[in-house]
Design a protein around this ligand. Sequence first.
Ligand code: PLP
Length: 420
Amino acid sequence: MSTHTTTPPGTFDARQVKQDFPILQQTVHGKPLTYLDSAASSQKPLVVIEALDAYYRASNANIHRGVYWLSEHATALYDEAREKVARFINAPDPRSCVFVRNATEALNLVAYSWGRANLEPGDTVVLTLLEHHSNIVPWQIVTAERGATIRYVDIDHDGRLRLDQLDHYLRTERVKLVGVTHVANALGTINPVAEIAARAHAAGALVLVDGAQSVPHMPVDVQALDVDFLAFSGHKMLGPMGIGVLWGRREILEAMPPFLGGGDMIREVTTCGSTWADLPAKFEAGTPSVGDAVGLGAAIDYLTALGMDAVRAHEREIVAYALERLAQVPGVTLYGPTGEDRAGVVSFTLDDIHPHDIASIPDSEGVAIRAGHHCAQPLMDRLGVVATARASFYVYNSEEDVDRLADALQTVRRIFGPGA
Ligand code: PLP
């Protein structure tokens, strides 16, 4: 990792951090690459790439199966990665951290395993209009199967959740689970998850948090939040694609049936039936992504060295700057709250120019932003738009990147804007 000696303690220089990311050193369309799509997937520092390389050069074998050195070594590395994950989210027990492919799989695991076993006709699952499709669709499938109902907590004008509606559902319906995203991927709203958990628990409901956009960007402590499940993806937090985590309260995970059946998740199989392995193996059927878990461990080391408070402080600064700079571009409409509860994501529209056109001009300048519904179509409907353009920031982005985007948006307006 670069040394960050010129910056005050507890902070870092994003331009120095960027030096650790080989992919960001290239030019695109002849221009330096400015990557502003980390909410979709983050880039990887050299230490993560090297950890993957080292794993496949020296440590690769299937785990838990061999009685030979290499297998034992791979198993130890996999267990060590799980311990790093547990420390990172302050989970009391690493065995409650289940490795999955991504946040989507973690959310599906809860819906299919817990939902099928616990939802009954007449029960309600409360979600919010800020959810990513991956915390909506599995619940639509499972509630339909179980005869249960979904209610969605609405947002106010600024994109904040209407907690009065949550209270209403908790008071008037048999709510078994509240599923909420910690940070909204399209609006950047940081939801008051601890407060939501307190209210849900008081009404006897469990709380499932989608941490895909929070765990990479701020300190997340499952004990302080006092939630029941937390789902997140490695690839959004500087780690490899193909690895994610479901953390759950031990006693809840222990009471849940398996999600997938097969090798590694059993204690004993006979022709008449099977019994299940202990946690976490019960939920990790088949050969896991050991190398990717090791890579995630390296990403966690890197983020821990930067300091998650510093990561959050950096994003608070850069998003404030971006909101100010983009507001100066005539015709721009910005979505989401402005304040302490805003993460490093900025969704916007520009006059009535289609977001794909908005994104195409920055691309020709080497600036990568996202355009579309961001897998949040119910939210887009609520906002009355079909799509937005979205810039999202991470540890390697600096104000210079925001300036390059703002300049490119001026060009968008000249080409596609009113009177063009
Ligand atoms: N939840 C949120 C809030 C997200 O932003 C995303 C991805 O963008 C997901 C879930 C799904 O993540 P993955 O595709 O890694 O499963």
